[in-house]
Design a protein around this ligand. Structure first.
Ligand code: ASP
Length: 349
């Protein structure tokens, strides 16, 4: 077992804010995946379920930020709560691989130190984001995979569950539909499924990864991302979610990012880091940087999905190039805002 810390502090050439900035209001943003919208399949009750789930996580995180909690702790707890909710594809409710197993990935990153922790291919750890946090805290490495990652989590006291605990009947039906449609190793994300949908976003075409980004009262940023990956994925496949700079990134000098979408395109474009780089090297505001990556770079690689971003100045950006993305944010002292569809500005809680 590795006991020595850990992801040493950054080298001096790390991009840093060079001037003191006025403190921005602490804020948490979260997502629960993006994808094809099927408004017709959504009942008011179903929409309320998703909105309530997102609002509960935002309200809890907002209270923690108001009490002075660190951004890293806030994003880890927000993602842990989303993992516990079977509506989303992470932890309980994770999708199935082509072999009808679960392989879960997660990543956390702290913007003040550039320390990070990640895990891929977990099969037993109840909360993958806690395993990623344990990597950040306790390992000399950044990422572990597979059985060794589950063993590391167990060694650090994290709860292990039997395989059947992660699945739901809906997830199994999605796998069966994907395999009946012979959609291959990954889903055809542009096609509509014959399977009755389970939520406002078509379960066959949505990306249900969860993520959180936050700016705390001390001006520090953090990001966390967790996923079951994609239904019917080839066993052993790892997407962008646990990869620093692809599906997750945080740097106090620029921005905290969590992504959701076709992982391969986010990996090839280093999507999360690209937003930060556009801000650091080209001086773009977060909205322009995030929109460029989501609306131009990713589509040019056939990538669909979106991301959530909180900049060092407290600005929030949540662009997506699909029809919907479960998303929301909460500033300390203000009502949380939640939205699902592209044509919504957000609903105050
Ligand atoms: N990006 C994730 C992956 O490729 C999927 C998702 O966002 O739902 O594994």
């Amino acid at each position: 077992m590795i006991s020595a810390p850990m992801n040493p502090a950054p080298a001096s050439n790390t991009p840093r804010a060079s001037v003191a900035r006025p403190p921005a209001t602490a804020v948490l943003a979260i997502h629960g995946g993006a994808g094809t919208l099927l408004r017709s399949s959504m009942s008011a009750a179903m929409q309320a379920e998703y909105v309530n789930a997102l609002q509960a996580v935002l309200l809890a995180g907002q209270a923690r930020l108001a009490a002075g909690a660190a951004a890293l702790d806030v994003v880890v707890e927000a993602v842990r709560q989303l993992e516990e909710c079977p509506l989303f594809n992470a932890g309980k409710g994770a999708v199935y691989t082509a072999a009808a197993t679960h392989e879960m990935d997660a990543c956390v990153m702290e913007g003040s130190s550039l320390r990070a922790g990640a895990v891929a291919g977990l099969a037993a750890t109840r909360n993958p984001v806690l395993a990623a946090q344990a990597m950040l805290r306790h390992s000399e490495h950044v990422m572990l995979i597979g059985a060794a990652a589950d063993a590391f989590a167990a060694e650090h006291g994290l709860e292990q569950m039997p395989p059947h605990w992660f699945g739901t009947p809906q997830r199994l039906a999605q796998l069966e539909a994907a395999q009946a449609a012979q959609s291959g190793a990954l889903l055809d994300h542009d096609g509509q499924s014959a399977l009755a949908t389970q939520g406002p976003i078509d379960e066959q075409t949505k990306f249900g990864t969860v993520g959180a980004v936050a700016l705390d009262a001390a001006g520090h940023l953090a990001a966390a991302t967790s996923t079951g990956g994609m239904t019917n994925k080839q066993p052993g496949r790892v997407g962008d979610s646990p990869l620093i700079g692809a599906g997750c990134y945080a740097n106090d000098a620029t921005v905290a990012i969590s992504c959701t979408g076709t992982g391969e395109a986010f990996m090839r474009s280093c999507a999360a880091f690209d937003v930060s780089a556009l801000m650091a090297y080209q001086g773009l505001p977060v909205q322009a940087a995030a929109e460029r990556v989501v609306m131009q770079t990713l589509p040019s690689l056939g990538g669909s999905g979106g991301l959530i971003a909180v900049a060092a100045n407290g600005d929030v950006s949540m662009p997506f190039n699909t029809e919907g993305m479960y998303r929301g944010y909460a500033r300390v002292g203000e009502l949380p805002v939640v939205a699902i569809y592209a044509d919504e500005d957000g609903t105050a809680a």
